[in-house]
Design a protein around this ligand. Structure first.
Ligand SMILES: Cc1ncc(COP(=O)(O)O)c(C=O)c1O
Length: 459
């Protein structure tokens, strides 16, 4: 057996892992298996993954421990991807939870329709598009959070082995979700040298995939991208859509945009951030847009697991196909979704007074987020800390090498943030203004220290 395989051993955070490839095809035939622990394995081969703890949760646990020992005032916990108040407590919107608690038990308890309750699906379209409903056939299917929407889209609109395109700065579960079903994430460079959207890199990767696959499935997380806080400007959307139109002239190609709008409710300008939806009107029939809607951030409903996949297409047939494909996946994976969460959203969205109160409450939090981000960005500029272009949202990113070492160094000053492949993620959503003001110089110092240490080691 072994001579039919190439076994590649390598070290990941101090543990030896092996990856086994078919010699002839170089296709991965075993996922990661621990070189040192092969005694008994029960899981199917495709279900064996590295046994490493999620780095975000690990650092987050360390930050919480430090908060317990030293008090929250003495710790900067910038690891959390949820909106926290100035004392570091989770913000839960009263207008949301008062509504939830007023629901009749039956509205929470009963099974929901597989595709989602009809009033929820209508309310989702209303709150997602607001004044910018595109023209075309638009159908929504309920999903457990935005994550469920990604799964619905990736499963139903890519083939096994397909490459899925997203930017080099991306939310890492895109890999888990697609990798689990035998797809592979490929990236383009999000920014060019001037820190503008790198359309050339996007185009190159898009065309490369188009040259070898029938489907070109692209995930664009905008506005208020995680982890950078970037939003794709409307004029760049025009170029992206023109490129899609060009490629769509080949009737054998199927172009799917998955637009992940998980953070849209925390973009400063509700209208400006939605204008781009109109651009998905009247596109060729072989261009399909799927919007991933989530209640997690916009309704502070992270644990309720409610979202939706919404298709926009100029073909009635494509929209019907979308609906039946997704409903089948719902049945096959999680059956129906959280009925109480659906009811609360439709009750709020369909009642003018409730929606106004909810919007006012959300806007207060949005303003708080904006103030924190402004302080961080301004201070970063002042101390000469390079950050990626932040526009809106929960996170700011700092490009750097050796991000794990920098993060580790910062923990000595009780600043906890998330190391990414190409930099650091600072959660302005979770850190008060005072701390956002002092963090940039701390990060700058740690970066310089690690850089000088690395240089000294090289010499
Ligand atoms: C970029 C991005 N997309 C989608 C999601 C999905 O969130 P949920 O499944 O909680 O709706 C998240 C959550 O953190 C995210 O950061």
């Amino acid at each position: 057996m072994i001579n039919k395989e190439i076994v590649v051993c390598y070290n990941t955070i101090g543990k030896t892992l092996t990856r086994t490839f078919q010699k002839s095809t170089r296709k991965k035939i075993k996922h990661y298996t621990r070189g040192d622990d092969m005694s008994q394995s029960m899981a199917a081969k495709h279900s064996i993954w590295p046994r490493e703890k999620d780095i975000i949760f690990n650092l987050s646990a360390r930050a919480q421990q430090a908060e317990k020992e030293l008090g929250t005032n003495n710790v900067i916990n910038a690891t959390i991807g949820a909106l926290m108040d100035d004392e570091g407590k989770l913000i839960t919107m009263d207008t949301v939870y008062d509504e939830y608690k007023s629901l009749d038990n039956k509205d929470i308890s009963a099974y929901a329709a597989l595709e989602g309750q009809p009033d929820y699906l209508e309310a989702v379209k209303k709150v997602c598009f607001k004044d910018y409903l595109p023209e075309g056939y638009i159908k929504a299917v309920a999903s457990p959070g935005g994550s469920g929407a990604i799964k619905l889209a990736a499963w139903n609109y890519t083939e096994e082995g397909d490459e899925v395109l997203t930017s080099d700065w991306f939310w890492s579960p895109y890999v888990s979700i697609t990798e689990e079903i035998g797809r592979k994430v490929t990236t383009y460079k999000l920014f060019d040298e001037q820190n503008n959207f790198n359309f050339n890199s996007f185009k190159e990767s898009f065309l490369n995939i188009a040259s070898k696959q029938e489907r070109i499935f692209t995930i664009l997380n905008t506005p208020a991208h995680n982890p950078t806080g970037y939003s794709i400007p409307d004029e760049e959307w025009d170029k992206i859509i023109d490129l899609a139109k060009e490629v769509s002239k080949n009737p054998d190609k199927k172009i799917i945009f998955f637009v992940d709008i998980a953070y849209i409710d925390f973009a400063s300008d509700d209208n400006a951030s939605r204008k781009f939806f109109k651009k998905f009107s009247n596109l060729p029939e072989n261009v399909l847009t799927i919007v991933g809607f989530s209640m997690s951030k916009g309704f502070t409903a992270y644990g309720m697991r409610m979202g939706s996949a919404i298709c926009i297409t100029s073909s009635e047939n494509v929209s019907e196909e979308f609906y039946y494909a997704c409903v089948h996946s719902c049945r096959a994976n999680w059956s129906n979704c959280n009925r109480g969460a659906m009811k609360l959203l439709s009750n709020i969205v369909n009642d003018e007074a409730k929606f106004k109160a909810y919007t006012e409450e959300k806007n207060k939090h949005k303003q708080m987020l904006r103030r924190r981000a402004d302080v961080f960005v301004k201070e970063a500029e002042k101390v000469g800390l390079d950050i990626l272009p932040y526009r809106d949202g929960f996170f700011v990113s700092i490009p750097c090498e050796n991000s794990r070492a920098v993060c580790e160094e910062l923990t000595k000053d009780n600043l906890f943030m998330v190391p990414l492949k190409a930099g650091l993620r600072f959660a302005v959503c979770a850190v008060n203004e005072d701390k956002c003001k002092i963090a940039p110089s701390m990060i700058k110092n740690a970066l310089e220290y690690i850089k000088s240490k690395d240089l000294a080691e090289v010499k």
